[in-house]
Ligand binder design. Structure first.
Ligand SMILES: Nc1nc2c(c(=O)[nH]1)N[C@H]1C(S)=C(S)[C@@H](COP(=O)(O)OP(=O)(O)OC[C@H]3O[C@@H](n4cnc5c(=O)[nH]c(N)nc54)[C@H](O)[C@@H]3O)O[C@H]1N2
Ligand SMILES: Nc1nc2c(c(=O)[nH]1)N[C@H]1C(S)=C(S)[C@@H](COP(=O)(O)OP(=O)(O)OC[C@H]3O[C@@H](n4cnc5c(=O)[nH]c(N)nc54)[C@H](O)[C@@H]3O)O[C@H]1N2
Ligand code: SF4
Ligand SMILES: [Mo]
Length: 678
């Protein structure tokens, strides 16, 4: 028999800076291999280590995927279910919703969701249903990056318009502040950052691969970023490196900051941050000389003072005029499709809301869900909170409430799914057409359905169409087809030729030439300028100007636990891929040799981390990856696969950052003790 080989182009919809192009090889109608698209400028023919395995592993494994709607038969959390039909599942859910709405109001229904998939329809369409319903929402960004968005908005009026990475050709310096693309955007690390001839500065308490590839690694103590930013500014001011013309024309309030900057000498900075004064001076000169790019990580603002840290670092482009010109600017989380013209709010059905929905922070989620008078029905989609959210023990207890009706929509049987009354199986990105984007690069792409949905699974959007029908809703937006949605999005983004033609190309940048955001130097703040001092901040109860402060909590001899992104997992996805689980090895905690000696810990020893929230047993890896006093353990393991059915979030207290009720997970404090005799 002759083999019929076919290549279908697609793109990776994971929550990742890279947004890689994918080639799906089909032989005789079946997927043979999921690979990188060698025409794609970011992935250049390769997927990352994790997706190359998981996309050919657990994502296509019928034994691991959820295939049918399920109804609970055992205790909540036990994960015992029976197979039911879609009709039975939709009826059970909509009967309950109608009853809740009549008895307790639509706000008694709460949904939590995030970025399990970023393909545009599967990400946004379900919002239409919840907005129509009037459900309460767990603020998605409060688990990830809300403090940083709030801080950048105060300064620049906007946080979703980042630099175009292609403009690096015009840069002499790239400053990465608290991001680790060697894990979180591996192709951007390799081909964009490490390969660039610009001088490279990395600010991170960890010696990551990205930090190792930099010319200057400013290895500060966590939470001391504002002090570092102010001492960098001091050097620039002292050496006449500020762009005074830019400051007077385009910023507001510099006079309020200058006296503070004058006090923050590099020696002062060194004392507070642990970064040598000489290194602060060299990095300051390098960034100020420009043209310089600044990449704000999402990791570094996950600190109790993360908003103030972000605001302080955000002063650098403003005082040096590193914005609005080729090779300058900053990036945080760029919403590329919106830059291309897509109306995000309309896609998410903003017009269907009759009132502003009730929104609570992820930091309050476990506590609020524990209250039987507040929420009666919980929807979990595109997220796995039992693995990723704070207060893991309290959250489990809340999800065990007999009177709480829980619906979980996922591709896999996660820890969260084990608590569901009804589980709905979601089709994967290999199984339906959609559009994708990157929140770093300026590309948009296709997602191609290359096989039929596994079992009876359905794309998110089809699940919510069926739910809307079950609720007897009639608004057209709740039933729009994928074809109509895709055509409309392509038109809004100016993509010519329709989906099938775009599928041949696979991806495209939103403009042929690099875009220079803010080249008009008009900012969407109340004054139209960069607001170094902000009355909006004051009206929110925040200081008018960023504070040159450090996190002054008395650690009382406790250690600070940082739990950033793993190279082996995508958030809490892929922990269930057996090959990746084997490659990732045991659950480890990295401890500095100085701390290890003090605590009598040797490499490979079992240790217990503990705080008021809970305890977790891990294996010690004695390694100077972090500064003394800081422990590191990578996020994203599934509790049910770990000893004691717990992961690092059993230690996360849900303490809020200083802005936007956002997470401060990297500020977690713990004790560590050797488990002698084990
Ligand atoms: N300790 C610690 N905790 C953290 C963090 C940290 O740094 N440290 N980081 C936080 C951050 S930044 C984030 S963003 C969160 C992320 O935490 P989660 O949102 O829990 O992580 P994901 O792995 O993105 O979870 C997405 C879920 O969506 C599912 N999924 C994938 N595709 C689809 C689909 O098409 N439809 C549906 N319905 N489901 C799908 C996946 O199988 C997965 O179970 O974790 C936070 N938690
Ligand atoms: N492989 C992989 N890729 C991912 C993810 C994943 O889980 N795995 N998650 C995705 C998601 S949801 C997100 S939000 C992004 C996040 O990606 P990044 O923005 O890179 O964030 P993190 O990995 O959480 O943390 C980045 C760095 O912040 C540092 N950091 C912690 N505290 C401080 C501090 O006080 N100051 C400074 N300067 N640095 C600090 C950490 O040491 C870490 O090296 O990655 C995405 N990509
Ligand atoms: S997760 Fe990121 S690096 Fe991996 S294939 Fe997807 S876009 Fe590329
Ligand atoms: Mo995130």
């Amino acid at each position: 028999m002759t083999e019929n080989t076919e290549i279908i182009k697609s793109n990776c919809p994971r929550d990742c800076y890279d947004g890689c192009g994918i080639s799906i090889e089909k032989i005789n109608g079946r997927i043979n291999r999921v690979m990188g698209d060698d025409t794609h400028p970011v992935s250049r023919g390769r997927l990352c280590n994790k997706c190359a395995i998981a996309y050919n592993g657990v994502w296509q494994d019928e034994n691991e995927r959820l295939l049918y709607p399920l109804k609970r038969t055992g205790d909540k959390g036990a994960g015992q279910f029976e197979h039911i039909s879609w009709v039975e599942a939709i009826d059970a859910i909509t009967d309950r919703l109608k009853q809740d709405i009549a008895g307790h109001g639509p706000e008694s229904v709460i949904h939590t969701h995030y970025s399990g998939t970023l393909s545009l329809i599967a990400l946004l369409f379900p919002m239409r249903f919840f907005l129509k319903l009037g459900a309460s929402e767990v603020d998605p960004d409060s688990i990830c990056n809300a403090a940083g968005h709030a801080a950048l908005s105060l300064l620049y009026g906007e946080s979703h318009v980042g630099f175009d990475p292609r403009t690096i050709k015009d840069s002499n310096c790239v400053l990465i502040w608290g991001a680790n693309p060697s894990h979180t955007g591996p192709h951007s690390h390799k081909h964009w950052f490490a390969a660039s001839s610009a001088k490279k500065i990395v600010v991170d308490p960890l010696r990551t691969r990205t930090a190792r590839d930099a010319d200057y690694h400013l290895q500060l103590r966590p939470g001391t970023d504002a002090a570092l930013a102010f001492s960098l500014l001091h050097v620039m001011q002292r050496e006449g490196l500020f762009d005074d013309g830019f400051i007077s024309r385009h910023t507001l309030g510099s006079e309020e900051l200058l006296p503070v900057i004058a006090r923050c000498t590099p020696e002062w900075g060194a004392r507070h941050t642990g970064v040598p004064a000489k290194l602060i001076e060299e990095a300051a000169r390098c960034y100020a000389a420009g043209p310089s790019l600044l990449w704000f990580g999402q990791g570094f603002q996950r600190q109790v003072n993360g908003g103030n840290c972000m605001r302080s670092v955000g002063l650098l482009p403003a005082f040096t005029g590193n914005i609005g010109k080729p090779g300058t600017g900053f990036t945080y989380v760029t919403i590329t499709p919106a830059l291309a013209g897509l109306d995000f709010d309309a896609m998410a059905g903003a017009q269907l809301a009759s009132a502003e929905p009730v929104s609570i922070s992820h930091m309050d989620f476990a506590g609020q869900l524990s209250n039987p008078d507040r929420f009666k029905t919980l929807f979990v989609w595109n997220t796995n909170p039992v693995a990723s959210a704070p207060n893991q023990i309290q959250l489990r207890r809340a999800m065990q409430r007999e009177d709480l009706f829980t619906v979980v929509i996922d591709c896999f049987r996660t820890d969260s799914a084990d608590y569901a009354d009804i589980v709905l199986p979601a089709a994967s990105f290999l199984e339906f057409d959609d559009l994708t984007f990157s929140y770093f690069h300026y590309n948009i792409g296709v997602q191609s359905g290359a096989m039929a949905p596994m079992g009876e699974s359905l794309p998110n959007q089809e699940i919510f169409r069926r739910l809307a029908e079950g609720m007897d809703y009639t608004e057209e937006e709740l039933f729009e087809s994928d074809e109509v949605l895709i055509a409309s999005m392509l038109e809004q983004m100016g993509v010519q030729g329709g989906f099938r033609e775009f599928q041949q190309r696979g991806w495209q940048p939103i403009s042929d030439e690099p875009v220079i955001p803010w080249s008009e130097l008009q900012f969407p703040t109340p004054s139209g300028r960069i607001e170094l001092a902000s009355s909006t901040a004051e009206s929110q109860g925040l200081p008018r100007i960023p504070q040159a402060a450090i996190d002054t909590r008395d650690n009382g001899g406790l250690l600070r636990l940082i739990t950033p992104a793993s190279d082996y997992r995508m958030n809490d996805s892929y922990a269930n891929d057996p090959t990746l689980a084997r490659n990732a090895g045991e659950s480890e905690v990295y401890i500095h040799p100085q701390d290890a000696e003090h605590l009598g810990v040797v490499d490979g020893m079992p240790v217990t981390l503990r705080n008021d929230n809970g305890s977790l047993r891990l294996t010690a890896s004695v390694d100077a990856i972090a500064v003394p006093g800081v422990l590191v353990s990578y996020k994203g393991r599934w509790p049910k696969q770990e000893q004691g059915h717990k992961n690092v979030n059993v230690l996360h207290t849900g303490q809020k950052a200083d802005m936007a009720q956002s997470t401060s997970v990297h500020s977690t404090l713990v004790t560590l003790a050797a488990n002698l005799g084990e």
